[in-house]
Design a protein around this ligand. Structure first.
Ligand SMILES: C[S@@+](CC[C@H](N)C(=O)[O-])C[C@H]1O[C@@H](n2cnc3c(N)ncnc32)[C@H](O)[C@@H]1O
Length: 318
């Protein structure tokens, strides 16, 4: 990694057990997805399947000195593909990956790391990558243009921002894709809590401060219409209601949603909610049990706050 990136060390997992946990769950969910779509029952699918990582990062997690600590999402996907390489070749499947990273340094690193992994492990026949050094809310249009719209080509989406950078419109576009899809998304609860006061200042006290106006605009773009009926959002209950409102975008498209609240280990507060959405009940149940088993391993005594949301969502679906 270059000096600037390392001195900020934004990709270190030291003191970030939640990142490790997020990677464990994502790896397991991707492994399930790949097993299913590369399995004997899937003779009906076409030979191209897709992986879209909208916030790809540099490929690995690095410590303060730039030393690799563990794999980041794009390399996790490639590692899981490598484990099934022979079977994928046997089934003549091609995995088309779309990797988006806005930061130029991280983007360069991402390209070097993924290309090296592909070369070292002779994965060229199996994986084809298209890279975007851009805002994913823009590149999503080109990605969706390049994805053939058919149920026969499943897509795995990973949406993992640091903040509120995902426009609700982007999520709507993904959800409306006719393909079979699994979506893992990082819903930034902490980020919302941090800026909701500013939002209220702009909307209810008519602040004209440019920075505050931009912050309010970002929150509005992230939540879409889900925010409009809520005033005084600072209470946990209200935040969970907003989350339920947000999840309607998945429910309206007949996707099941399961949620996992990701806490800061030492501070014991929810930083974000990891959300999995897909149309297949079997996959949902498997992901649900993966999440529960990670919870048992990591924080056995606590009750998932998001369980209440999951129950509400299921009730609404019936
Ligand atoms: C949480 S990190 C991603 C980590 C990565 N998914 C992993 O698991 O290793 C978020 C990344 O998104 C990038 N980013 C921020 N805003 C973005 C945007 N609008 N579009 C694409 N990438 C963005 C950041 O530069 C950062 O590398």
């Amino acid at each position: 990694m270059n000096k600037v990136a390392v001195s900020q060390s934004p990709w270190s997992i030291i003191n970030r057990d939640h990142t490790r946990l997020k990677h464990n769950i994502t790896r397991s969910a991707f492994e399930v997805w790949l097993t299913i779509w590369n399995g004997p029952r899937q003779q009906w699918i076409e030979k191209n399947i897709y992986v879209v990582d909208l916030f790809a990062g540099p490929g690995y997690c690095y410590d303060e000195k730039g030393k690799r600590e563990s794999s980041g999402s794009p390399i996790i996907f490639l590692e899981e593909i490598l484990k099934k390489k022979q079977k994928i070749i046997g089934n003549q499947i091609c995995i088309e990956m779309f990797l988006v990273e806005k930061d130029l340094d991280a983007f360069k690193e991402l390209k070097i790391n993924t290309e090296k992994f592909i070369k070292d492990n002779n994965l060229r026949k199996v994986v084809k990558i298209t890279y975007y050094n851009d805002d994913c809310n823009l590149s999503i249009n080109d990605i969706l243009y390049n994805i053939k719209k058919t149920q026969k080509r499943p897509v795995f989406f990973f949406v993992d921002p640091w903040g509120l950078q995902t426009d609700k419109e982007t999520i709507k576009k993904i959800v409306n894709l006719p393909n079979k899809k699994d979506i893992i998304m990082n819903y930034m609860l902490e980020g919302i809590k941090r800026v909701v006061g500013v939002y209220e200042k702009v909307v209810f006290a008519h602040s004209e401060d440019l920075k505050e106006l931009n912050t309010a605009k970002r929150l509005q773009k992230f939540l879409g219409s889900a925010i409009s009926p809520y005033q005084n959002l600072n209470q946990t209950k209200k935040h969970l209601e907003v989350l339920v409102g947000y999840c309607e975008v998945f429910n309206n498209a007949e996707l099941n949603v399961v949620l996992f609240d990701m806490r800061h280990q030492s501070k014991n507060k929810i930083i974000y909610v990891l959300l999995h959405a897909c149309s297949n009940n079997t996959i949902t149940n498997v992901i649900d049990s993966i999440m529960k088993s990670e919870q048992q391993k990591n924080m056995p005594q606590r009750i998932l706050i998001t369980d209440a949301v999951t129950k509400k969502l299921l009730k609404k679906k019936r």
